[in-house]
Design a protein around this ligand. Structure first.
Ligand SMILES: Cc1cc2nc3c(=O)[nH]c(=O)nc-3n(C[C@H](O)[C@H](O)[C@H](O)COP(=O)(O)O)c2cc1C
Length: 177
């Protein structure tokens, strides 16, 4: 059943999220994408869940590599960076060209610029949720990078004037009122 048949879809807009860069490495290729659906699920041991669209290259690469990193983006992040990682695919471009990054212990990249902190994760479980997969990752490393305020999805919309990306789990097709 579609969400508009159940409720006023604006109810879903009241849920809060951050804005993150999910990155991975498979064979010789590194890639990453922006995600807003990222959350901690347990603390002992620390585990993180991410929800990725099955069409994304990052989804395919994480399926194969079993690892991912989360760079927690700060407010200093700009729309040029989000545009590249959030609206373009690594199938068409090398997203990490011209990006300041380090390689984590698991071999996947971590974005240095605009990141408040990062987490390195090993996939423990994957749940098929339809258009998307939920990956549960055990945290294997984590550290602070830059002093900044973590970027929220709400700030992304109100201050950076960011658009709703189609592949995000929270995307709602605009309908005529
Ligand atoms: C602010 C923002 C939030 C996003 N959130 C998600 C998300 O949670 N999950 C997802 O699969 N895609 C999300 N996306 C869309 C992906 O970043 C986008 O589809 C990307 O181009 C995929 O790149 P890839 O094919 O290189 O993996 C988001 C994009 C933006 C700009």
């Amino acid at each position: 059943m579609k969400s508009e048949e159940i409720m006023d879809e604006k109810v879903l807009y009241t849920l809060n999220y951050g804005v993150y860069l999910i990155s991975t490495k498979f064979q010789d290729k590194i890639n990453g994408q922006i995600a807003n659906v990222v959350f901690q699920v347990t603390s002992e041991p620390p585990k993180i869940a991410i929800c990725l669209n099955k069409k994304n290259l990052t989804h395919l690469m994480i399926l194969n590599s079993g690892i991912f990193n989360v760079s927690i983006l700060g407010r200093s992040c700009n729309m040029k960076f989000i545009g590249k990682f959030g609206f373009k695919s690594g199938r068409d471009i090398n997203k990490f060209e011209d990006v300041n990054y380090i390689i984590g212990k698991n071999g996947a990249p971590i974005v240095k610029d605009f990141s408040v902190a990062y987490l390195e994760c090993e996939v423990e479980k994957m749940l098929d949720v339809g258009t998307h997969s939920l990956f549960i990752g055990k945290v294997t490393e984590g550290n602070f990078l830059n002093e900044d305020t973590p970027l929220t999805y709400s700030y992304y919309h109100s201050e950076l004037k960011g658009k709703e990306p189609e592949n995000a789990p929270t995307f709602v097709k605009k309908r005529k009122e």
